[in-house]
Design a protein around this ligand. Structure first.
Ligand code: T46
Length: 138
């Protein structure tokens, strides 16, 4: 799927445990402008339901597991994040939904821009129209 890829992260493992470093423009393809994390999500809760016009993000489930539905009007796939050494890159124009958070799951998100409400498309029909228009090149 275009604008979506898994990014393997370094793991420094020794008898003291494991450490994963993340550096903007090195481990991930953008400068990190914002970090947030999602946690204490009940298992029956589904979040997301939006796309971004410009934002790039990397999602890392640093504890537990969560499923991510990634969707465009042309295709869809589900990714299970359950490994803190794997990042899921999501670029612009991808509809996303996060669900099936395991008990205690923590989803860390690295973002390429500061928070901007106007970058969100939260209505699927509007997203579909925006996507098709962009695909046609106008
Ligand atoms: C995304 C997925 C993976 C802020 O004030 N600042 C922030 O940086 C963020 C991300 C959110 N908020 C506020 C806005 C809402 O009042 O936190 C509240 C919950 O945000 P939202 O409903 O957008 O959360 P999710 O889990 O649906 O989506 C979030 C990100 O917003 C979104 O960019 O891709 O995680």
């Amino acid at each position: 799927m275009k604008n979506v890829k898994m990014i393997p992260l370094d793991v420094h493992s020794d008898s003291y445990g494991k450490l994963t470093p993340i550096e903007g423009r090195e481990s991930i393809p953008f400068d990190i402008q914002r970090v947030y994390y999602i946690y204490e999500v009940d298992q029956d809760v589904r979040r997301g339901f939006h796309s971004h016009k410009n934002l790039e993000q990397v999602l890392i489930c640093v504890h537990g597991s969560v499923k991510i539905l990634l969707k465009t009007p042309d295709e869809e796939k589900t990714v299970v994040l359950d490994n803190p050494s794997q990042g899921l890159y999501i670029g612009p124009d991808i509809w996303r939904e996060m669900y099936d958070f395991s008990c205690g799951a923590v989803l860390l998100v690295l973002a390429s821009e500061h928070y901007d409400v106007s970058d969100y498309i939260r209505d699927y029909q509007q997203y579909d129209a925006y996507y098709q228009k962009k695909k046609r090149g106008n």
